[in-house]
Design a protein around this ligand. Sequence first.
Ligand code: 6PG
Length: 241
Amino acid sequence: MNKFVEVLPDLTALVERSRQIVVEKLREAIAKRGMATIALAGGSTPKPLYEKLSGESLPWDKVHIFWGDERYVPPDHPDSNQRMARLAWLDQVAIPSRNLHPMPTDDADPAIAAQKHAAELQEFFHTQSGEFPSLDMILLGIGDDAHTASLFPHTEALQVCDRLVTVGNKDGQPRITFTIPLINQARTVLFMVAGANKQAALAQIFAPVADGNTYPARFIRPQGELWWLLDQPAGENLTET
Ligand code: 6PG
C-alpha cells in the first residue's frame, strides 16, 4: 500500500484536488485496460466533486460507475446515494445506462439485495466465488464516528470477509455496503474528509494503535494506493499520518 495524505486549505481546494486525482486515475485505467471502474461515496462531501466531474470531457462509454454503499431506500428517495450522484453528475454526461451499476434496494430483504449485487459484481469482473475484484478507484468519506461506506462501529458488517457486499446497519437502519476485503482490493482508494467535526475521528484513524471495530476506517488498507484528502479544519491538528 502506498499512502498519500494531503491537507488542502478549504473544501474548494479539496474538491479540485480530488477532481485532478479522479480524472488522472480514470484516464490511466482506460489507457491501460480499455475501461475504468469507480465506486462512488455517498453523503455530502463528494457532491461538489460530482458536479465538477459533470463538466469533464472523458470517454464516458468506457467508465463504469458503482457505489460503495447505499441507503436502503428507493432510487428516487432524497437519501439515495444513487439519486445524488445522478442529479449532480451522471444525468449530465453521455454515460450509457448499462455503465451504471447501482446497488439494488427493492428487495424486501436487504441481505438478498446484497447477494444480488455481489453476483452482479462477480459477473461484471469475471471473478469466482471467494475472489475479490479490483476496482480502479473507490471514493470514500468518514463519519464523525470514523465509519466509512456503511461500515459502522461494532456492526456485523465489519466481520464479513468472505463476501463482496453485505448489509450495513446505521442505528437500526439497513444499508448495503462493499465489504472491507472488497474495498482493500482496489487499485486506488480516495478519502475526501472536510470539517472540524471529523478531527477526532481522523486522530483515531491515524493513531498508531486504536480499535478498528470502534473506528472502522482503520480497516481500509488497500493493496494499491490510499489517498487521504483533508481540508484544513479536518486535518490541521493531525500529528500522525
Ligand atoms: C453515506 C456514505 C458515508 C459518508 C460519510 C461522510 O452513505 O452516507 O457513504 O459513509 O461518506 O457518512 O458523509 P459526509 O460526506 O456527509 O460527511
